[in-house]
Design a protein around this ligand. Sequence first.
Ligand SMILES: Nc1ncnc2c1ncn2[C@@H]1O[C@H](COP(=O)(O)OP(=O)(O)OP(=O)(O)O)[C@@H](O)[C@H]1O
Length: 273
Amino acid sequence: MDDATGRPVKLDVSDVCIGYRDRRSGSFFAAVQDLGFQIHENEFIAIVGPSGCGKTTFLSAVAGLLPIAHGTLELNGAPITGPAEDRSLVFQQASLFPWRTVAANIAYGLEAQRRLDAAGRQRVADLIELVGLAGKEGKYPRELSGGMSQRVNLARALATDPDLLLLDEPFAALDAQTREVMQEELTRIWQADEAGAGKTALFITHDVPEAVFLADRVLVFSASPGRLVESVPIDLPRPRNRDVKRSPEFMDQTEYLLDLVMRQSGLRQEVES
Ligand SMILES: Nc1ncnc2c1ncn2[C@@H]1O[C@H](COP(=O)(O)OP(=O)(O)OP(=O)(O)O)[C@@H](O)[C@H]1O
């Protein structure tokens, strides 16, 4: 399915409401409401918004872990009805198998899909190289730093060549310096991975400069229940490296988005009054 821009639509979100039911009272609480937007193939989308606005809830529904209460949520033209191999998730905490080596952790998804043949093993070797873990393939998770663990996590998510990469604050637990390095690494990996060059990605973050640096487009959600306030295209040229953060365009877009997010949180009024 193509939209008006002529680019294939990867994820179609139409009039979506997702929420939770109170176990005791049975009443329904909407975490996100009236969500409507489209994500195109090869787009890198960041979602920002005040704490509790439903970013993780939305990502969980796209992952197929939560049902939608209303609307339509379609991936490649078909409704999302549950988790599937076409989506990979990366969380804040690298959930690696402690008993598996780096290489075996990265190979896990391919193994589960019975795709760890010669091509699969080559894919694992290429990814180890790509994420900068050459020489560490035999190490165990307990021997890795936080940044290294997230590299393994990323490589594992990319290994199966998913249609959609879902990242929920993957760098939030890292120290500031490692986080900066990992942002650069992610854009490099995202651009360089042959199988997944420019793979469609949904990235949740609290960090507006991180969103601007990584994304083709930033979606701003309102305070709870989360609604789409604005979709802001990021026109910074690619490939991007840390120098881009010093450009006036980067600073302008960051400032604009920070203002927008602070308004959603009610923080801007507090600052102004
Ligand atoms: N399992 C759950 N059961 C009931 N309510 C929930 C559940 N998970 C989240 N919520 C509520 O749904 C709303 C949205 O939460 P969600 O975690 O999706 O927001 P978020 O934007 O990701 O938050 P943050 O930025 O703080 O991580 C919040 O009010 C939260 O308390």
